[in-house]
Design a protein around this ligand. Structure first.
Ligand code: HEC
Length: 147
């Protein structure tokens, strides 16, 4: 293959990849009508959520966990995190023009915006319910306590 055509093919691959990863449409980031969150024992969900919060394999390259940015459950949040959900979050407003989001939606936003995954969690998955439970019951409380 000639050098110029190789460079052209690489450019096309990079463009196609970022086009897939950048789908932040409101439809994608909103729980579909009729879908119900996974139901489970709250304490068990929180315990599973803690494992996921610290799990680097959730990120695209396997090098970053939620806890890598949100160190000590207090870092890399803005003041919006101190308010009860639903509330406005800058990331959701700028990427999807959404004026209010729930905790589970923020989990989904960080999965593709921060952890760079192509896929969000299934809306009825235990993983989403567990990470959301841990976020609200533990992380948000730790954040509030540190203010
Ligand atoms: C690369 C760094 C990074 C990683 C990794 C990361 N986040 Fe975030 N997260 C951010 C940033 C930046 C914000 C602030 C967004 C804003 O307020 O506009 C944020 C905000 C949040 C918020 C609070 C939004 C609010 O104000 O209500 C939650 C909840 C959250 N992240 C959950 C998670 C979860 C769950 C994971 C792992 C799946 C994760 N984050 C991984 C960067 C990261």
């Amino acid at each position: 293959m000639k050098k110029t055509s190789l460079i052209l093919s690489l450019a096309l691959i990079v463009t196609a990849d970022s086009a897939v990863a950048a789908d932040f449409s409101k439809e994608r980031m909103t729980r579909p009508e009729g879908s119900v969150p996974f139901q489970g024992d709250r304490a068990e969900l929180v315990a599973k959520g803690e494992l996921l919060w610290n799990d680097k394999s959730l990120s695209k390259k396997g090098k970053k966990a939620c806890a890598s940015c949100h160190k000590g459950n207090t870092k890399t949040f803005k003041k919006s995190f101190a308010k009860d959900y639903p509330h406005q979050v800058k990331m959701a407003k700028s990427k999807s023009k959404m004026t209010q989001v729930d905790a589970e939606q923020m989990v989904q936003f960080c999965m593709i915006a921060a952890m760079k995954r192509d896929e969000i969690f299934a809306w009825d998955s235990e993983e989403l319910a567990a990470l959301t439970a841990y976020t609200v019951d533990v992380v948000q409380k730790d954040y509030l306590a540190a203010q």
